[in-house]
Design a protein around this ligand. Structure first.
Ligand code: ZN
Ligand code: FE
Length: 249
């Protein structure tokens, strides 16, 4: 049995808690306090922090949590506060068997990674892939992020996407501005706005849904090429154009 819970941190970050046997794992604890409250409520001992990247909204709670719980910290960037083990091409988390697969997804920063739980059909995508969007390219190249997204999109349809932020409404407002006549995107946006009005999270979605409606995963779709007036462009050029438009949105 794998249990996954999602906690709120900062304005719009999500911290994810995984309970499996005697392991309790926090993914991207941008703040310590919600994690400590959770641990107390659940009567669990934190064993491990996994970080997707080094931005402080994802690892700002690391040092306090390490001090209070003695947990280990693992990630793929040496700049992560308190890090004990820097992943460098490992496919699994040492000590956790085959529970978690590590996917290296540079682009947002030069050392992002994502965590995939095959048994739980869950992907923790940090700031690489969002519900309806993708991360900014801060340190990588457009091509590196494009390739990283392609590697995530290859996971099974039913994979639940647990991303790092509640950005869905803005992402689908952007998508609707690109494809104003798309009924699919219109319906998605309406549903998300309704959920947000009720104070509900719009996360997780599934990779199957994302492949149908997330413009950044549809760069080979001829309708999207047409909407951008880039009929002759390569998929990477479409991705680059979309990402630049989103930066200005
Ligand atoms: Zn970030
Ligand atoms: Fe972030």
């Amino acid at each position: 049995m794998i249990r996954i819970d999602q906690l709120n941190a900062h304005d719009d970050n999500y911290v994810y808690m995984i309970q499996h046997q005697n392991q309790t794992i926090a993914i991207d604890p941008g703040e310590a306090e919600p994690v400590l409250t959770y641990l107390q409520q659940q009567q669990r001992q934190l064993t491990l922090i996994l970080n997707t990247h080094m931005h402080l909204d994802h690892c700002g709670g690391n040092l306090d949590l390490k001090r209070d719980t003695g947990c280990h910290i693992i990630g793929s960037d040496e700049r992560i506060p308190g890090i004990d083990l820097i992943l460098k091409g490992e496919l699994h988390i040492p000590g956790l068997g085959e529970l978690i697969n590590v996917l290296y997804t540079p682009g947002h920063t030069r050392n992002d990674c994502c965590y995939y739980l095959p048994q739980g059909s869950a992907l923790f995508s940090g700031d690489t892939l969002f519900n309806g969007g993708c991360g900014h390219v801060f340190e990588g190249t457009m091509e590196s992020l494009y390739n990283s997204l392609a590697s995530l999109a290859a996971l099974p349809d039913e994979t639940r996407l647990y991303c790092g932020h509640e950005y869905s409404e803005e992402n689908y407002r952007f998508a609707a501005s690109i494809e104003p006549t798309s009924a699919l995107i219109h319906d998605k946006l309406a549903k998300i706005q309704q959920q947000r009005r009720l104070g509900q999270p719009t996360v997780p979605t599934t990779l199957g849904e994302e492949r149908c409606s997330n413009p950044f995963l549809r760069c080979s779709d001829s309708e999207l090429h047409r909407a951008l007036k880039l009929e002759q462009a390569s998929d990477l050029e479409v991705f680059t154009d979309l990402r630049l438009r989103k930066n200005r949105f």
